[in-house]
Write a protein that binds this ligand. Structure first.
Ligand SMILES: NC(=O)c1ccc[n+]([C@@H]2O[C@H](COP(=O)([O-])OP(=O)(O)OC[C@H]3O[C@@H](n4cnc5c(N)ncnc54)[C@H](OP(=O)(O)O)[C@@H]3O)[C@@H](O)[C@H]2O)c1
Length: 242
């Protein structure tokens, strides 16, 4: 699929590059000669991904930003050092489920910081840089949990943060309507990543109802590669066959 962006080798920043969906997207974009800025919270993990990307495309350009999104006061300083960017993908996220009263206040702060606040601040800091691009794009990874209310089991705090990402994406798309910045929201269902397990929940990495994150990568590349005259403003990729 050709990349419709005016730039030949666009610069992309994906938050939460070091695992799961972000890492797989990085691998796919490295094959397309993107200049990739890797964000992670752990230097060793980020360096390991860079080595992987270099092995895939030794001619690619790769940089890292290390920032723990649970320390949101550090975001502006660290992301403020970026001066060229065409595509921002807000992808970092953490999970929590169960009764709201069982989620500790510290964990609530972490979910809001990583899933929502970081998305708002990173975007705010990078908007002036994206405006300088011929065609800037922002793709926010929310979740189907940020569109539909669950029934039978609950992840209320997560839902609140991801609905926030939906509201931000929709409002920002309006704010930048008919401009050189295209804003999109992506809403996936359950995927095979370590997402749930890493948050301490007893899921296998490959539950029968989960789909391969490559499906998400393909969907996101579809969104990013549309002609600048259109906007796949939102895309829900929900679980179907189990
Ligand atoms: N997996 C699903 O079923 C699913 C469904 C719907 C939506 N999503 C959304 O998809 C996105 C990617 O999730 P995933 O499945 O790829 O999960 P993942 O494999 O756990 O990746 C999440 C990424 O976020 C990073 N991250 C977590 N806490 C952070 C912090 N405090 N500071 C900076 N980075 C932090 C992780 O870093 P580390 O590598 O250091 O952990 C990792 O790179 C998330 O926004 C998630 O909400 C996932």
């Amino acid at each position: 699929m050709p990349f419709e962006q005016p730039q030949t080798n666009p610069t992309v920043l994906i938050t939460g590059y070091t695992d799961g969906l972000g890492k797989l997207l990085a691998i796919n974009l490295a094959k397309r000669n993107f200049h990739i800025i890797i964000h992670g919270r752990n230097q060793d993990k980020a360096q390991a991904v860079i080595e992987e990307l270099k092995a895939i495309n030794p001619k690619g350009k790769y940089e890292t930003i290390i920032c723990d999104f649970n320390k949101p006061q550090e975001i502006a300083d660290k992301f403020g050092k970026i001066n060229t960017l065409d595509i921002l993908i807000n992808n970092a996220g953490v999970w929590a489920e169960g009764n709201t009263v069982d989620i500790t206040p510290e964990r609530i702060i972490e979910l809001v910081n990583v899933n929502l606040l970081a998305c708002l601040i990173v975007t705010r800091v990078l908007l002036p840089v994206l405006k300088k691009s011929n065609f800037g794009q922002i793709l926010n990874v929310s979740s189907i949990g940020g569109v539909e209310l669950p029934s039978g089991y609950f992840h209320t705090i997560y839902t609140a943060t991801k609905f926030g990402v939906q509201a931000f994406s929709e409002a920002l798309a309006k704010e930048f309507d008919n401009s050189n910045i295209r804003v999109m929201g992506y809403y996936p269902g359950g995927m095979n990543t370590k997402f749930f397990k890493k948050s301490g929940f007893d899921y296998k990495e490959n539950e029968p109802w989960m789909f391969d994150p490559q499906e998400s990568v393909d969907a996101m590349i579809f969104m990013l590669t549309r002609n600048p005259k259109v906007n796949v403003k939102r895309l829900d990729l929900i679980n179907h066959l189990q």
